[in-house]
Design a protein around this ligand. Structure first.
Ligand SMILES: [Zn+2]
Length: 349
């Protein structure tokens, strides 16, 4: 099919039957047969890894960027959206009219044999979009917000450690001023992805994460924990975590000796306290999987969980598992006045 259009055609008076053009070429068919994209069946929508706009193009490996629902598409990356005619116009680099005419010429027999993909039943939170949101926040990370740096300094985590964590992609920040954070989230991630990723309700005004500018990114960017960068008020929720349960990881100068901490603040506190060990931080002392530790066979592992009821209970369950795997297990002794590593750091000189 030629992309040339003669001046006569451009100026043709007869109207293009766009409704017929939409009918002639289902949107998913267009993505699959013309763009060569494979459908990914999600809850409530179909996703594709390629955007009809060649300037936006394909998403990086294993990820998807375009959502298709009810004969409409939307690209999370460039935010372009529309129906099959708008997709075709972008892809072919032609006018809407011209795209409509070309779609009208679609071979009917091709469509007859086409079985459209079926979306999975809808659920509220969508891991794929969540992954997209986290990736988006990390790859567009702004310079660290000074209120976040100062909050961590207040917990005795030196700025140099905070900045190193930022460099390693373990920690990012949103603007600490909530309205600026909201604008930033809407600009960078987009409202649709925030809704689909479970960060806000469809009819909501703003996502609750806009008040939580300190963001810890889980291993493999599979989770994000958004925290207040100030002491919490009574009845306020300190942190909101999204994504799968994955640990945070820190590679220290010593990769044979490992420390296990509870949460990312304790991970940073351990670094600040001077450990050379590599660190695995559990998202919570109840929140871990035995298979996270399979690689610790033969390693020296120091358990540095909180010195409270849940911490001790988790220790009792973890020690036999680590021994079973073949690790040498030690228990870190917190000073008497400290419940966790950050309290130890706060008490230190
Ligand atoms: Zn796009």
């Amino acid at each position: 099919m030629s992309n040339h259009s003669s001046p006569n055609e451009q100026n043709a008076e007869h109207r293009v039957d766009f409704a017929a053009a939409r009918k002639a070429a289902p949107l998913t068919w267009f993505f699959e047969r013309t763009l060569g994209a494979k459908p990914k069946l999600m809850s409530g929508t179909i996703r594709y890894h390629i955007c009809p706009d060649p300037k936006c193009g394909e998403a990086s490996k294993h990820s998807v960027k375009v959502s298709v629902q009810d004969e409409k598409w939307m690209c999370f990356a460039c935010r372009k959206h529309g129906d099959v005619i708008e997709a075709a116009a972008l892809f072919w680099g032609v006018s809407i009219r011209r795209a409509g005419m070309q779609l009208l010429g679609t071979d009917v027999s091709q469509i007859a044999s086409y079985v459209p993909p079926k979306a999975q039943p809808k659920v509220n939170r969508d891991d794929e979009v969540l992954a997209f949101v986290i990736q988006r926040l990390v790859s567009n990370a702004r310079p660290l917000d000074m209120a976040v740096v100062e909050y961590l300094s207040g917990r005795r985590i030196p700025e140099v450690v905070t900045r190193e964590a930022f460099k390693r992609g373990l920690l990012i920040s949103l603007p600490s001023e909530p309205n600026r954070a909201k604008d930033y989230l809407f600009d960078t991630v987009g409202r649709d992805a925030l809704v689909e990723g479970g960060f806000m309700k469809k009819d909501g005004k703003a996502p609750a994460i806009m008040f939580r500018p300190l963001v810890f990114i889980g291993h493999g960017m599979k989770s994000a924990e958004f925290r207040l960068a100030r002491p919490k008020e009574p009845n306020e929720i300190k942190s909101l975590r999204y994504g799968s349960a994955v640990p945070w990881a820190w590679q220290g100068p010593d990769t044979d000796r490992i420390m296990i901490t509870e949460g990312c603040i304790d991970l940073l506190s351990a670094v600040a306290l001077g450990t050379k060990r590599s660190i695995i931080a559990l998202p919570g002392c109840e929140n871990w999987q035995p298979d996270w530790f399979l690689k610790l066979k033969g390693r020296n592992v120091l358990l540095a969980l909180d010195n409270d009821g849940p911490g001790k209970a988790a220790r009792e369950r973890l020690v036999p598992i680590l021994k079973e795997i073949g690790a040498q297990v030690g228990i870190y002794e917190l000073p008497p006045d400290a419940e966790d590593l950050n309290e130890q750091l706060m008490l230190s000189n």
